[in-house]
Design a protein around this ligand. Sequence first.
Ligand SMILES: [Zn+2]
Length: 383
Amino acid sequence: MYAKVRSAIGQAEGFARDLEPGCLDGRDAAALVELASQGERVFAAIKALAARRVDETKVWKDGGHRSAAHFVAETTGTTVGAASRALETARALDDLPATAEAFRAGELSETQAAEITSAAGADPDAEKELLATAAEQSVKGLRDRCRRVRAGAEADDHAWARRLHQGRRAHRWVDPGGAWRSDIRLAPDAGARVDSAWDAHLDRIFAEARRAGRREPREAYAADAFVAAMTEGPCKPTEVRVTVDSSALARGHTEPGERCEIKGVGPVPVTTARALLDDASVSILVGDGDDITAVSKPTRTIPAKLRRAVEARYPTCGVKTCANDQFLEIDHVVAVENGGYTEDANLWRICHHHHCLKTYGGWTVVGTTHDWDLVPPDDPDPP
Ligand SMILES: [Zn+2]
C-alpha cells in the first residue's frame, strides 16, 4: 500500500543523505527551503486527513491508547496537546472544503490551517477571505484577522466573557534545567490588571538598572518585576523545605550521590538553597545520600523581634551607594554554614539586586558591624 508515497519518501531520504549544504549558493538554498516546506505542508495534510480517519474509526483503541490524540502523539512524537489541536483542525476540515483543498495542495502550513479552521468554524462566511489573508500575510497577520473573525462571531457576549473567565488557568513546573516555569491564561480584564501591576514594577526596575549603568535584556527585568509583584504586600514569610546533605551545604555544591532539593521543586543549586536560608523559614533535613539521619529545627528563621530590629536599622538597602527602599531582604553577613549567627550583629538588609550580586556574583561584604558595604569580586581597594 502507498507505494507511490513510500517511493517519494525514499527518494527524499536519499536526497537528504547526499545533501551538502556547504556547496549550495544562497539562491539555491533559499529555493530549497521553499521546496522542502511545500513538501512538509503536503505531508502535514496527508497526516491530518489520515489521523482524522483514525479518530473516526476508533482504531486507536486497538493499541490500548487513551484517545485518538494519545495515539497521534505517540506515533508522531509530539505532545498530546499538539496532537489534539491537529485533530481538531482535521475535524473542522470536514465542513470547510476550500480550506481542505488548499491544505491538500500544500498551500497552508499546519499553523495556518489550524488558525483558519478555528475562525472559519465560527464564521463559515469568512473562509474565503481568510484563505486570501493566509496567502498574502504573515502568520501574525492571519492570527490577528482570525481573532477578529472569532470575536465577531461570538453571538452571546456574556457567554463569551464567562467562557474566558472559566477558562482561566495557571500552571507551574520545573523545566529539565531546573528553572521555575509557568504558563498562565487569564480573562482579558484580569490580564490587564496584571499587566499594569507588572509594568509598574518593570518600569521602576528598568529605570533603576539604567541609572546604575546596568544593561540586561528587558525580559530579564520583566522576570524581576514578576517576582517583585508576586511577593509584594501582605504575603506570608517564605516557607521552604530544603533537603540538603550537610556536607554539600558546607562545601557549597553537591557531589554525586548527595542531595540538595526543595520540596515540591526538585534539585536546586546549593547556592540557591543557601540564599533561601537567609530570610526564609527553612527546615533542613540533614541526610547522608538517601538516608535522612537528622531533621534540624528551622533555626535560621529570624525571630520576629530581631526581624523588626533589623528592618528598623535598615529602612533602605544597606549598600552605601544604594537608596532602594523596596523589596529588601535580610542577609547573614557571615553565612550560617560558615559559622555566622542569626543575631543583630550579623544581619543587615539589602535589596534584591544586591542580594543577587552577593549570592551569585561573588560580591563580598566588607566593613564592621552595622557599617557594612558590598564590593565587587575584583575590587583592588576595599574600604
Ligand atoms: Zn541595593
